[in-house]
Design a protein around this ligand. Structure first.
Ligand code: SAH
Length: 346
């Protein structure tokens, strides 16, 4: 038996080529592509304007893998968390975050995560596999539907801040975003999409070279190498000097401001020296800073810093003309907040 490929993992051009290689017309590829993406077909049987023979041929070569929202939890603050079951039984989570004017989808890019940030629940799961483009797209679609259902409006923004490191699954993330932004998909502007990375310099440069149009966020958490390595051990291999160089390169090409995500922990990065290091790092490339509230994942070494420490950050950043905002967590009661996605229910 051949190992059948997920048909939604291939591009429109590849699909057209497949039909030509099998003695059919290229436009058949367009037809099938439309069924898969615009019409959301769950089986080849659904494709009623495609001949029986062609459907059988597709059936013999491909599968259509769809996600299933297993459980949906709603928080008192309106946040919704979906536990999403994949075709092989693994589970990822995605979150709908409503505000007065926006609905944001926070989606996962990997099952588990390849990185080892000590303060993040997902890192405990290790990386089980990358998500396919269709599995990323379907998470977005599910949240778009929930947004229409609960808030009478479509999804307005997407952040890749769920489980996983998007730049370690770069090709599939790019394919998913292509579909989200294309007319055959959701037709969403790339400016409403933010990819958040722990900071992988080589991939940040690649994104710039690829001329991507979405926004970039970087989980910085410290402007001092050895402190950063303590909280994000993998970053030993990516010193801040390299990260800085890649961000300068990004800005030169993309001309798009960077958002730094930053959690302040007591005894770790709450000193004046830590604040000064962040201010210095922020001067390299136009940016803004989101100070994220810490969501404890256990009672280990990480504790939310005092209000005084947060205020010192805000004061110093603002004094240096750097926009800084404190981001309160949403959906804590259902474990849907940053760093809490770890399949408790699965
Ligand atoms: N791997 C990507 C995206 C996933 S994490 C990245 O690192 O950016 C999304 C955001 O949640 C990151 O900024 C991360 O630093 C933050 N985060 C992780 N665990 C957290 C926790 N326990 N409390 C608050 N924020 C956390």
């Amino acid at each position: 038996m051949i190992d059948k490929k997920d048909i939604r993992a291939i591009s429109k051009i590849e699909l057209r080529d497949f039909f030509v290689a099998n003695g059919d017309k290229a436009f058949r590829g367009n037809q099938v592509y439309e069924w898969l993406w615009s019409k959301g077909a769950h089986s080849f049987e659904d494709m009623t304007n495609v001949s029986k023979e062609t459907r059988a041929m597709l059936e013999a070569n491909f599968v259509i893998n769809h996600i299933k929202v297993d459980t949906m939890q709603r928080s008192a603050d309106g946040t919704v968390k979906n536990a999403v079951r994949l075709h092989d039984g693994l589970v990822v989570e995605s979150v709908l975050i409503p505000t007065k004017t926006r609905t944001t989808a926070c989606v996962s890019s990997q099952v588990g995560c390849s990185l080892d940030c000590n303060f993040c629940a997902t890192s405990r799961l290790k990386r089980m596999r990358n998500l396919e483009p269709g599995e990323i797209y379907d998470q977005v679609l599910a949240i778009d539907n929930e947004s229409k259902l609960y808030h009478n409006r479509p999804l307005s923004n997407i952040v890749f801040m769920g489980m996983g490191e998007p730049l370690m699954n770069y090709n599939n993330v790019i394919k998913a975003i292509d579909r989200i932004t294309s007319e055959e998909g959701l037709g969403m502007s790339p400016k409403r999409i933010t990819v958040s990375t722990s900071g992988i310099p080589k991939m940040i440069k690649k994104m710039a070279d690829d001329n991507v149009k979405f926004k970039l966020a970087v989980s910085l958490h410290s402007g001092i190498d050895n402190v950063r390595a303590r909280i994000m051990p993998f970053s030993k291999n990516f010193p801040l000097a390299d990260l800085r160089e890649s961000l300068e390169y990004w800005y030169q090409i993309a001309n798009s401001k960077i958002t730094y995500e930053y959690v302040v922990w007591g005894g770790i990065n709450d000193s004046k020296e830590a604040v000064d290091a962040l201010v210095k790092f922020c001067k390299y490339v136009p940016c803004k800073v989101n100070l994220i509230e810490y969501n404890p994942i256990d009672d280990g070494e990480f504790q939310q810093a005092s209000d005084e420490a947060i205020n010192l950050y805000i004061h110093e950043l603002t004094k240096n003309n750097i926009v800084a905002k404190v981001r309160r967590s949403r959906g804590k009661d259902i474990d849907a907040a940053c760093g809490q996605l770890a399949n408790k229910e699965a």
